[in-house]
Design a protein around this ligand. Structure first.
Ligand code: NAP
Ligand code: F7E
Length: 344
């Protein structure tokens, strides 16, 4: 009999790739979708799987709804990908972020505790929990030091996942995932903001892109590789916590230069601080401008993950290189802008 998975956050980037993976493995996939004023299944449609998923109305803020959904769908596995996932917004909406990203996870764990301790659970934890990093590279034993309401809420959820595993013997795993991107990434995140803006500039639809901290460094991988790691965690005989990362780190500025090159542009940077500017190598025209509006009250300067445990225990490794990822995102956005078919 096929396994049944309940995937929260199915309309997001990871929800789409994970659903595609689970369907390819013969799972029956229930997609938990929150009520919004407009239908939001464009990512699932882009992967050609929107018709293959059974959707259920779901919100991490509503305990009674979570209980009903778990009771009705009777999943073998729950992948909790739903979250207010944008770090910048968490500074503006810290209480909301804590309710969804922190307490929301406790609500799902309580539903499992109440309705079926046999349900396996995956929690989408994050490298943002390392924040002001206490060691580099970061591994599963590196102390946490979150630097945003998002990071703090996710850290609470991480420890609740560990606690429910230890207290109630629930198969609950926490995947500590470093940044992962794709052409399905939301446009507010810096990678997609850059590839979309450069595509618009190249197509004559925009003149410049305004960014914040160009020196921030991230360990960026491809989301499609990371959902494979999530699934592998849930299949282990014993639940545990694992880092998924590439073991490479790159700056926002490096990302800009590589994305520009993929579109046949050359950008050269000059100046410091707020005066730093990225100019078109041919015309000298400013293309990248620093705008303090995109600085964060507290920043995570550098993330670099050590995926050794996942590599050895799960046999997981990323397949897509940083360069391939950036090129793929840039070209896909160029095609979308050129063809006038931008849906998210
Ligand atoms: P995403 O694209 O922002 O998707 C978030 C999903 O959560 C969307 O489907 C969203 O629904 C849903 N959601 C938000 N609030 C909800 C609520 N109150 N109740 C139910 N659903 C709600 O995020 P992602 O990049 O796919 O990331 C997936 C998960 O991994 C998130 O938990 C994120 O925090 C975590 N994570 C991401 C990364 C990364 O680099 N991508 C790294 C580490 C951890 P709508 O479509 O209605 O907004
Ligand atoms: O920022 C800097 C920004 O918003 C990356 C989420 O998926 O990954 C993501 O969180 C860096 C930061 O992602 C702009 O200050 C510069 O240092 O793309 P981001 P994030 O904050 O790392 C983690 C692992 C998650 O768990 C989260 O859910 O880029 N940056 N200029 C900028 N960032 C944005 N968004 N916009 C700018 O203009």
């Amino acid at each position: 009999m096929s396994k049944r998975a309940l995937v929260t956050g199915i309309t997001g980037q990871d929800g789409a790739y994970l659903s595609q993976l689970l369907l390819s493995k013969g799972y029956e996939v229930y997609g938990a979708v929150r009520r919004t004023s407009s239908i939001n299944t464009a990512r699932l449609a882009d992967l050609g799987i929107d018709k293959d998923i059974k959707t259920v109305e779901f919100d991490l803020l509503e305990m009674s709804n979570i209980l009903r959904v778990v009771e009705q769908t009777k999943p073998d596995e729950i992948y909790n990908l739903a979250a207010q996932s944008f770090v910048a917004t968490s500074f503006e909406q810290p209480i909301y972020t804590g309710s969804v990203d922190g307490l929301g996870v406790t609500r799902v764990l309580e539903a499992i505790r109440t309705l079926g301790k046999g349900i396996r659970f995956y929690q989408a934890s994050t490298s943002e929990m390392f924040g002001k990093v206490q060691a580099t590279p970061q591994s599963e034993t590196t102390p946490f030091y979150p630097r945003s309401p998002y990071g703090a809420a996710k850290l609470y959820a991480h420890w609740m996942t560990v606690n429910y595993r230890e207290a109630y013997d629930i198969h609950a795993s926490s995947g500590i995932l470093f940044n992962h991107e794709s052409p399905l990434r939301g446009t507010e995140f810096v990678t997609r903001k850059i590839t979309l803006a450069l595509a618009r500039i190249q197509c004559g639809e925009a003149r410049e892109v305004r960014l914040g901290n160009l020196a921030a460094k991230r360990d960026w991988g491809f989301a499609g590789d990371y959902v494979e790691g999530m699934w592998r965690m849930v299949q282990q005989p014993k639940a545990d916590d694992y880092i998924l990362a590439t073991g490479e780190t790159h700056s926002v500025e490096e990302f800009v230069c590589l994305a520009a090159a993929a579109l046949g542009m050359e950008i050269t940077f000059e100046g410091d601080g707020l005066q730093r500017v990225g100019r078109d190598g041919k015309t000298g025209r400013p293309i990248v401008v620093v705008d303090p509006a995109f600085f964060r009250p507290t920043e995570v300067d550098l993330l670099l993950g050590n995926p050794h445990k996942a590599t050895t225990a799960l046999g997981w490794q990323r397949k897509v290189s940083f360069q391939q990822l950036v090129e793929d995102m840039a070209r896909k956005d160029f095609d979308r802008v050129r063809d006038g078919c931008l849906r998210y």
